[in-house]
Design a protein. Sequence first.
Length: 202
Amino acid sequence: MSKNQNKDNKAKATQPEINDAEILDNAPEAAEENETAEDIVNDEMAQIDALCKQLAEEKEKVEKEKKEYLFLMAEFDNFRKRTIKEKGEIIRNAAEAAMKGLLPIVDDFERGLDAVRNSSDAEAVKEGMELIYNKLMKYLEQNGVKPIESTGAVFDPELHEAIAMVPVEDENMKGKVIDTPTKGYTINGDKVLRFAKVAVGQ
């Protein structure tokens, strides 16, 4: 036997023998690995599908909310315009009602002027003027307008406008209203409609 043949026999003796049984035993492991990889891919695809579906739902929600927002904005704009219009109508109607209430008093003035032209009775004219004045003051009071009490009161810059300072001998009258050339008025309780023009003692 040659040396080369001896070497080949030794190499064959050292190599492990692989029989058919071992190949069959390793086959399920390879199949299991392939199945596991396929499952992972399937799971990932399922997750992607779920995310795509969720994204589509969220987009639909956003579009719905956007439409609702635009609808609400349009409604608010209509409400604002309607409110401005109604406010203007209320102001116009209030002014109209106020002017209409003054017309009977104007009628009384006209009748009084006609009576003055044809009458020489000063007392009757005075009485007629007082009646018209009282009627006007009652109308103003019914509409929340009241005169500011000034003469004799302590000067109040929230109610009075000083147009003159008058020297006084009485110490108690200093800082008080001596005279009211132009009467002031309030409306609705505490809002000054016109300041009273007064002379103040000093």
